[in-house]
Design a protein around this ligand. Structure first.
Ligand code: SF4
Length: 327
């Protein structure tokens, strides 16, 4: 069965961008592919989080995945650091990756700008650990957002290099694009992210969401309710595309263009439609939080399955590179 692999970094609470861009996709992918989904806590170390904060964030991301519909009976859900083979393969691939390839990664420059006081080597070699994450499970389908295209191309080049040097070992990982590859934040400009402070939290209540939506950017040309709007240029209308029925969207678009519908009412409709999705997720998350032992069991079982698959790959890799004879 074809495998898919993806991870979510435990930095800050999950938001609507994570849900639409990744989690919805995971739930679909687990029906078609042998799926490995992990909380990438090793990647999070590049931001040097406090230990307790990181541990809490790891659990919250796992809870968010489960509450959104990732089914541990269908997919292998685990924490990256519980499978030490990730680090082992990352080192082997690091030794195969030309410095020039990493120098071209634009995300390193972006991330360095975001944390100028902590430009560590892990930020630079981050895409190699991502390559190891994929390669360890010999995944052929990788769900990524547009901002990860360059890293996935680097992964393909690195794995082709490995195959050329050591013999055919890894398949070529192909991109699987979600229906929401780039969800813009409430500022209407940058991709939704916790670090930009432009996010709508997945676990936020309806009131909290409405409070944020009230200040969100709309059609910049619509200064008064009496101004006719252009829904196509409005970020709020783009959110309706994910949460609102086609019929209601048509009504909203018509009301916006004719100035019959004000932005406040439009946002109220959006908040209600978002709540219809977020409310049940929030409730399932609360149930999961109330039973930490169950979450521990799910993650332990996932780590066992992931380690078995990872070790099978590593035995082959160690033999190929000359680190250990195959028994
Ligand atoms: S009515 Fe809705 S779609 Fe139109 S500008 Fe206001 S928020 Fe945007």
């Amino acid at each position: 069965m074809v495998r898919t692999m993806s991870g979510i970094q435990p930095t800050g609470n999950l938001h609507i961008g994570n849900y639409l861009g990744a989690l919805v996709n995971f739930v679909e992918l687990q029906q078609q592919y042998e799926s490995f989904f992990c909380v990438v806590d090793l990647h999070a170390l590049t931001q040097r989080p406090e230990a307790a904060v990181l541990q809490r964030a790891v659990r919250e991301v796992a809870i968010g995945m489960l509450a959104s519909g990732v089914d541990p009976d269908k997919a292998t859900l685990f924490v990256q650091s519980h499978v030490p083979q990730h680090s082992e393969l990352a080192w082997i691939l690091t030794c195969l990756t030309p410095l020039g390839d990493l120098n071209r990664m634009t995300q390193f420059k972006d991330k360095s700008a975001q944390q100028p006081e902590n430009i560590n080597a892990g930020l630079f070699t981050y895409p190699i650990l991502q390559t190891a994450d994929i390669a360890l499970y010999r995944a052929e389908r990788v769900p990524v957002g547009e901002d990860q295209d360059q890293h996935l191309e680097l992964a393909r080049e690195t794995l082709r290099r490995f195959n050329f040097v050591y013999g055919e070992t890894f398949p070529d990982p192909q991109t699987v694009r979600s229906k929401a590859p780039r969800v813009i934040g409430l500022d209407g400009q940058a991709k939704m992210s916790k670090s930009k402070g432009n996010e709508i939290g997945l676990f936020e209540t309806a009131d909290e969401t409405m409070l944020k939506l009230r200040g969100a950017k709309t059609d910049p040309a619509r200064l008064r309710k009496s101004d006719k709007g252009t829904p196509e240029v409005c970020n709020i209308f783009s959110y309706h595309g994910y949460f609102t029925s086609a019929e209601q969207r048509e009504e909203i678009a018509a009301g916006c263009r004719s100035a019959q519908l004000g932005c406040f009412d439009c946002k109220k409709m959006l908040a209600a439609n978002m709540e219809a999705v977020k409310g049940p997720i929030r409730e399932r998350a609360a149930v999961l939080r109330s039973d930490p032992a169950r979450l521990d069991d799910i993650l332990a079982a996932g780590a066992d399955k992931a380690r078995a698959a990872a070790e099978a790959t590593m035995q082959l890799v160690r033999e190929r590179v000359g680190l250990r004879r195959k028994d």
